[in-house]
Design a protein around this ligand. Structure first.
Ligand code: GAR
Length: 189
C-alpha cells in the first residue's frame, strides 16, 4: 500500500484508451499515482465518460485556450501539486507559455518509433515506407512537435499483410501497457 500517491493530470481529445489504462492501473493499491484531473479540449470526448464514472474531476478547455485560461488551468494544477501531466491522444499543441509552468513535467505518448514519423498518420507513413517495425514512444513535451527527450519506446513488428487497422490496434495495445509502467517509473526516479 502506497500512502502518498503522486497527483497526475491527463489531457485527452478522444476515445481515451490510454486514459483508461492509466486509470485502471491507478486503482491498484501498489500504484504510486492517482489521477486528479482529466482535461479535454473536446467536450464530447469519449474518454470523459470513463473519467466521470471513476469520479475523477474533469475540465474542458476552450478551442482558443487563451493565455488567461492557460494561466487559470496552470494555477489549478499547481495548487493540486500535479507531479506529471500525461498527454494521451491530446490533439492540441500546447503553447510555450503553458509549457513553462510545467518544465520536465509534461509527457506524451506517440504512435511511432520517434524520431521517425512525427505528427499525424504515423501508421500509414510506416506502412508506406515498408518499415519492418513500428511502435510507440513516450517522450517529454517540448516546444517542437514530437521532438522532446525520449523516455521509452516499444517496438511492434509490421507483418507483410498488415492493414492500417491491424497495425494501429497492435500498437495501441502496447501503448496502453507502456504508459502506466513508464509513468510509475518516472515517479519513482
Ligand atoms: C494514441 O494512439 C496516441 O498515441 C495518439 O492518439 C491515440 C489516442 O488514442 N497520439 C498522438 O498521435 C499524439 N501525437 P486514445 O484516445 O485511445 O488513447
Amino acid at each position: 500500500m502506497i500512502k502518498e500517491k503522486a497527483n497526475i493530470a491527463v489531457f485527452i481529445s478522444g476515445r481515451g484508451t490510454n486514459l483508461k489504462a492509466l486509470i485502471l492501473r491507478s486503482k491498484k493499491k501498489d500504484c504510486n499515482y492517482k489521477i486528479a484531473y482529466v482535461i479535454s479540449n473536446k467536450k464530447n470526448a469519449a474518454g470523459l465518460k470513463f473519467a466521470k464514472k471513476n469520479r475523477i474531476a474533469t475540465i474542458i478547455i476552450s478551442h482558443l485556450f487563451l493565455k488567461t485560461e492557460q494561466k487559470k488551468l496552470a494555477k489549478i494544477l499547481i495548487t493540486k501539486s500535479i507531479k506529471f501531466i500525461c498527454l494521451a491522444g491530446f490533439m492540441k499543441i500546447l503553447s510555450p507559455y503553458f509549457l513553462n509552468f510545467f518544465k520536465n513535467k509534461i509527457i506524451n505518448i506517440h504512435p511511432s518509433l520517434l524520431p521517425k514519423y512525427k505528427g499525424l498518420n504515423t501508421h500509414l507513413k510506416a506502412l508506406e515506407a515498408k518499415e519492418k517495425f513500428s511502435g510507440c514512444t513516450i517522450h517529454f513535451v517540448s516546444k517542437k512537435l514530437d521532438s522532446g527527450k525520449i523516455i521509452a519506446k516499444k517496438k511492434v513488428k509490421i507483418f507483410k499483410k498488415d492493414t492500417l487497422k491491424k497495425l494501429e490496434k497492435r500498437v495501441l495495445k502496447e501503448e496502453n501497457k507502456l504508459y502506466p509502467l513508464v509513468l510509475e517509473k518516472l515517479i519513482r526516479s
